[in-house]
Ligand binder design. Structure first.
Ligand code: ZN
Length: 429
């Protein structure tokens, strides 16, 4: 198979019609489908009926997307409990168990059902839009048992005409040899393992006069730092991310613009206050709450994933009209709400990372004066670094960029060992 150019991989949509749908059309489609699936779940899944009835919801009264957004969030972290008390699947399954194709076991313990619908997890589109093409020889390094990722992506590869080499996790040396032996040009797995594979491949003496055949990689389930992406790009590999979960399948994927992940058209995705479940204004960081629109097997309605992200509603250079998720920013149970904004420890670290020569440690203290939240940022400087006003104001500037909040920096001699990154000292009377 000849090498495919970057242009070939970047051009074309998996589903022309859906991805070019205008915003108003998409909103109308989502509203209609969200209400339909709510009524369907209520009628066919006894667990939903119970969950909604206990919270006073009458599906017939949900008339528009505004009403829909006030439905209670079904939190993913409560699912193991529901599954245990009401087998099978907490009563959320809308078809008899014998109609399923597979049942996956995840830690928790929780079981994730898969129906028989073609491309059940919506991952073909995700692979294609990321840049995989028919005929690619793809090494799939996700595990094929106990976690669903291996089979999910294997099936999706076959669905778009790729050839899979199911290698699973580990055995780096065999995998490195396989890359050259089979002229593998696609990789699926976590990004750090891809880099380990390439290093092993070089260590084994490949490289000189024997070019790496890899062209495209889909990475998921781990953070992709920009430096790692650049490092992999230097080997001539296009590296793109996707947001895939065991219960929802393909949620979002990166396009050639590599600037956020487009939300799949089969879902209605909201970014919500992790506590109240209310949708946040555009751009705010909150919990990813998903409704599966076309899933009549195991419909999930306002399902709180526990993952944090923000939505970019701007237009994308690639021409797709769907909104983009700005990456997965952390877990919803790690955020602190300050002045009405959710702040995650990672945002604080991000700001500190801009000053590698100066900052030893950082900690945010949240207090309250009257009705106002006060954010104080303690900085422990490296030995010998002077406490200047210039440094103080550039630190404050960076923090404002990463948290969107104004805080004041104070230099301290020592931040105690083991202290929390964001310490909430507010008292509520
Ligand atoms: Zn795009």
């Amino acid at each position: 198979m000849p090498k495919r150019t970057r242009e070939e991989r970047n051009s074309g949509y998996y589903d022309e019609k859906a991805e070019a749908m205008d915003r108003a059309e998409r909103a109308a489609f989502q509203e209609k489908e969200a209400i339909r699936i709510l009524r369907y779940a209520y009628a066919n899944a006894p667990g939903y009926k119970k969950f909604l009835a206990e919270r006073g919801v009458i599906p017939g009264a949900v008339k528009n997307i505004g009403d829909f957004s006030r439905l209670p969030v079904l939190k993913k972290n409560r699912m193991p409990e529901f599954h245990q008390t009401t087998p099978p699947f907490g009563g959320f399954l809308a078809v008899p168990v014998d109609k399923l194709k597979r049942i996956y076991v995840s830690p928790g313990p929780i079981y994730d059902p898969e129906g028989r619908k073609e491309d059940y997890w919506g991952l073909r589109k995700c692979l294609y839009n990321v840049g995989f093409r028919p005929g690619d020889i793809v090494m799939n390094t996700f595990s094929y048992h106990l976690t669903p990722a291996g089979i999910f992506l294997d099936e999706a590869c076959n669905g778009i005409g790729c050839v899979t080499v199911p290698t699973g996790v580990g055995n780096t040396e065999i995998q490195a040899k396989t890359m050259t032996g089979l002229k593998v040009n696609g990789y699926i797995g976590v990004p750090s393992f891809l880099m380990s594979l390439i290093k092993k491949w070089e260590e084994l003496g490949y490289g000189a006069g024997n070019d790496l055949t890899l062209e495209i990689a889909l990475v998921a389930a781990e953070m992709l730092p920009p430096s790692l992406r650049r490092g992999l790009n230097d080997y001539g590999i296009i590296v793109r991310q996707a947001y895939i979960t065991a219960d929802l399948g393909g949620v979002a994927y990166e396009c050639p613009a590599e600037n956020g992940m487009h939300v799949s058209d089969d879902l209605y995705l909201e970014i919500c206050d992790p506590v109240t479940g209310e949708p946040l204004p555009a751009g705010g960081i909150g919990e990813v709450v998903v409704t599966t629109l076309g899933n009549e097997c195991y419909p999930l309605i306002r399902y709180g994933t526990g993952d944090l992200s923000a939505l970019d509603e701007g237009t994308c250079a690639c021409g797709r009209t769907s909104c983009r998720l700005k990456g997965i920013l952390g877990r919803a149970d790690e955020v602190t709400k300050i002045k009405g904004m959710f702040v995650h420890p990672r945002q604080v670290d991000e700001a500190a990372a801009q000053f590698p020569a100066e900052v030893e440690k950082i900690r945010v203290l949240v207090t309250r004066e009257g009705v106002t939240d006060i954010m104080t940022v303690e900085i422990q400087l490296k030995a010998g670094v002077a406490e200047t006003d210039t440094l103080k104001s550039s630190l404050e500037e960076r923090l404002r960029e990463s948290t969107k909040l104004r805080g004041s920096v104070v230099f301290v001699r020592e931040i105690p060992e083991g202290s929390k990154k964001i310490e909430d000292r507010r008292t509520w009377h």
